[in-house]
Design a protein around this ligand. Structure first.
Ligand code: UD1
Length: 342
């Protein structure tokens, strides 16, 4: 019997790529999403890529406790990957209650349903934001978390703790938190990718939208950081590589391979890339000229962060494979696909 995985927030950017990789690895997937921050573009893309026209889709809000419970009654769920959350840092500062209530309640509803339905494997999508401005780089999973500068970051830390405590208290719940670095790019088919609403906050969608002419000019935030070229360093992880880390983590859980009931893994490449380097690589690989300018630092940005990926490499048997160039070519192919099809 195929193992069944519930993907909450499965119609979004990361969720859709993970769904594809899970299906290709032989899992049955149930996609659930409240569509608060996406449309059906990526879900339709997933069906095309996988040929699974019958892929179950449930429109529901994970803050609706009864609906979450019903889902666990209707399906035998071997693992749940929880993406359903708000993710805009700036908005979370302006509307903290929106973030705390949505991000925490939805996750607690998942855990409570897992608990009352005899246990479940739970994968939480966390973020490298929990490390803040780390003193020693690269960061390992042992690097202390620092107090967050935003409610969004706080919800990631709190959900990690809620999972850790639930795993300890309730029999049958096992948990993995994956701490993502900077997910970028798109599926090589160009049928799914990032679809930000309004003006993008993140770097790569801003780059691709500038290249296509939707935005006039990319602002590079800060040129005076104490790095080689003066711009920030990040660990940009290809979205398909990131999705494959989820398959490895789910497989570890459902096959009883976990060494502890709660585990944490960094998901990155282990290679720092500067903002300026990323911009010039994008121009080179896609053979175009980008309109950009240097402006002041963005408040709240850390200068540099990248992952030590040894633990994920060893324990998950997973490694980032795609080059930044391949990833940036895929990001551009997706933006062009959108321009031609929307
Ligand atoms: C941000 C969030 C992080 C979240 C992640 C999700 C902040 C401070 N951090 O990470 O908590 O988990 O997104 O993907 O918001 N940049 C520009 N111009 C732009 C946009 C970005 O120069 O128009 C620079 C930023 O200064 C940064 C780098 O590009 O140095 C990456 O920025 P971004 O894509 O927003 O990701 P993070 O800030 O690393």
């Amino acid at each position: 019997m195929k193992k069944q995985v519930l993907v909450s927030g499965g119609a979004g950017y990361i969720g859709s790529h993970v769904t594809v990789e899970l299906i290709e690895a032989g899992y049955d997937v149930i996609v659930a999403d409240n569509m608060s921050n996406c449309d059906l573009t990526c879900f339709e893309g997933v069906k095309k890529i996988t040929g699974r026209t019958d892929l179950p889709f449930i429109k529901m809000d994970f803050c609706d406790k009864a609906a979450v419970d019903q889902l666990f009654t209707d399906y035998k769920i071997d693992a749940v990957i929880h993406f359903a959350a708000f993710k805009a840092v700036g908005e979370s500062v302006a509307e903290p209650l929106k973030y705390y209530s949505n991000n925490l309640i939805s996750f607690m509803n998942v855990l409570d349903a897992a608990r009352t339905h005899g246990g479940c494997n739970v994968l939480f999508s966390s973020s490298a934001t929990v490390y803040g401005e780390a003193e020693v780089l690269p960061v390992t999973e042992q690097t202390p978390r620092l107090p967050s500068t935003s409610p969004y970051g706080n919800t990631k830390q709190m959900c990690e703790d809620i999972l850790r405590d639930s795993v300890k208290a309730y029999e049958g719940i096992h948990g993995i938190a994956l701490r993502y670095f900077n997910p970028i790019g798109a599926h090589p088919s160009a049928l799914i990718g990032e679809l930000p609403r309004g003006v993008p906050n993140n770097l790569v969608p801003f780059i691709t939208q500038t290249a296509i002419g939707k935005r006039e000019c990319l602002s590079i935030f800060g040129k005076d950081y104490p790095t080689e070229d003066g711009t920030c360093l990040r660990d940009y992880i290809d979205i398909v590589d990131l999705a494959k880390a989820h398959v490895a983590a789910v497989s570890r859980m459902v096959n009883g391979k976990m060494e502890k009931e709660y585990e944490i893994f960094n998901v990155g490449t282990g290679r720092p890339v500067s903002v300026y380097e990323l911009v010039t690589k994008f121009e080179k690989v896609n053979n175009l000229k980008l309109n950009y300018k240097f402006v002041d630092r963005r408040p709240g940005d850390v200068m540099a962060i990248w992952a030590d990926t040894k633990l994920a490499n060893e324990k998950l048997g997973w490694k980032a494979e795609r080059t930044v160039e391949e990833t940036l070519a895929a990001a551009w192919a997706w933006e062009k696909h959108l321009a031609e099809n929307r």
